[in-house]
Design a protein around this ligand. Structure first.
Ligand code: NAP
Length: 337
């Protein structure tokens, strides 16, 4: 059976996901789309030659009886309402990060899903599907570098738009690290502090950039994450894990090494779509397969909630400059151990 998908949001990642579900992946077709900008939705349908119905309102995509599962790829503040509506309709939903704008919003989704009695929500945290992160996790889980002591990470973007604000460094950017570092270390955050180096002159007024976020985990691991969204040189994700027996680093994306004019050079990617292109493919193929098997296994609403609990503490730490606690309630058995 071909899974019939409805996609809400036809911006940058919406177009990418519609393309991969229609042209790259197996077992699904996009039959309904919606965007607040109807022309954007028409453009993607026409450019890919899809036979998909265009709806003015995302809620109508969710309620269309012929739609089996939903992808939410619209603007962050719309995620909670669309995901809750999909859960209420009993439909599987893949929601791009962040799951909601606050931990309370994520908790409402967790509660709605538990009331439905089965997992219906997957959050668009794709890094656990990246081959580099998977290799790093394997090294950690095998015990190759012993007990973990520290992680040094960086999330750098070339530049951001004028509407990108200081808090979005947490809710929109760091949110990926908040998920993947929990997964890598198999640990939860205990405290967080945010410190600000000098702001780059390349930042627009009102945006503090870079920022350094410092965590202590429940096991006592120390993590520092540099968020630098106007770094100029490229889109660069770094992660170095320090254990008591050795150090493991996230591999660099493969690129041609160029020896020329007395220089040795590697290309650095500039676009997140290229850096994680394979991970997005694997992530969405897994979602399609899992929905067809009636059993989700990817990042859950609980993972979305956990990342948002940490994000809320980071936002408090941005304001207070103090060390803020991250108060994570125990995981319900519904979400496994
Ligand atoms: P974008 O290019 O701004 O696209 C968002 C789209 O959603 C826009 O076309 C926007 O229309 C539309 N939209 C806004 N409100 C809507 C509504 N009520 N109903 C239907 N459509 C609506 O942003 P993007 O980069 O694609 O990001 C979309 C989401 O994906 C964000 O939540 C972002 O955090 C997430 N994302 C995840 C990753 C990842 O690595 N997992 C990467 C990129 C983005 P207008 O432009 O007219 O407002």
């Amino acid at each position: 059976m071909t899974l019939k998908l409805g996609v809400i949001g036809c911006g940058a990642i919406g177009r990418e996901h519609i393309r991969r579900c229609s042209k790259v992946l197996q077992g699904a077709e996009v039959i309904a789309v919606s965007d607040i900008n109807a022309q954007g939705a028409r453009d993607v349908v026409n450019s890919l030659g899809l036979n998909a119905e265009i709806y003015a309102d995302g809620m109508d995509v969710i309620n269309a009886p012929q739609v089996d599962a939903i992808l939410v790829t619209s603007w962050d503040p719309t995620h909670e309402a669309f995901t809750l509506a999909a859960v209420a309709a009993g439909k599987y939903v893949f929601c791009e990060k962040p799951l909601a704008m606050s931990a309370e919003g994520c908790r409402r989704i967790v509660d709605a899903e538990m009331t439905q009695g089965k997992r219906l929500v997957q959050v668009g945290f794709m890094r656990p599907y990246d081959s580099g992160y998977q290799a790093l996790k394997k090294v950690i889980d095998r015990g190759d570098i012993g007990e973990l002591l520290m992680l040094h990470c960086a999330h750098r973007n070339q530049s951001v738009a004028e509407n990108y604000t200081t808090d979005m460094a947490i809710t929109n950017t760091l949110i990926h690290e908040l998920d993947v570092l929990r997964w890598l270390t198999d640990d939860d955050y205990k405290t967080v502090q945010v410190v600000y180096p000098r702001t780059t002159t390349k930042s627009h007024s009102g945006l503090k950039d870079p920022q350094i976020v410092l965590f202590e985990t429940q096991k006592g691991i120390r993590i520092d994450v540099e968020i630098f969204v106007n770094c100029s040189y490229g889109y660069d994700i770094q992660c170095e894990v320090v254990g008591e027996d050795g150090i493991a680093r996230l591999p660099e994306p493969s690129s041609i090494q160029l020896r020329k004019e007395a220089r040795l050079a590697n290309t650095i990617l500039t676009d997140w779509k290229d850096r994680f292109i394979d991970a997005y493919d694997v992530e969405l193929q897994a979602f399609i397969n899992d929905v067809k098997a009636d059993r989700l296994t990817g990042p859950s609403a609980w993972d979305g909630f956990a990342a948002s609990v940490a994000a809320d503490a980071c936002l408090r730490a941005q304001q207070s400059a103090a060390i803020e606690p991250v108060s994570m309630p125990p995981r319900p058995s519904f979400y496994g151990n």
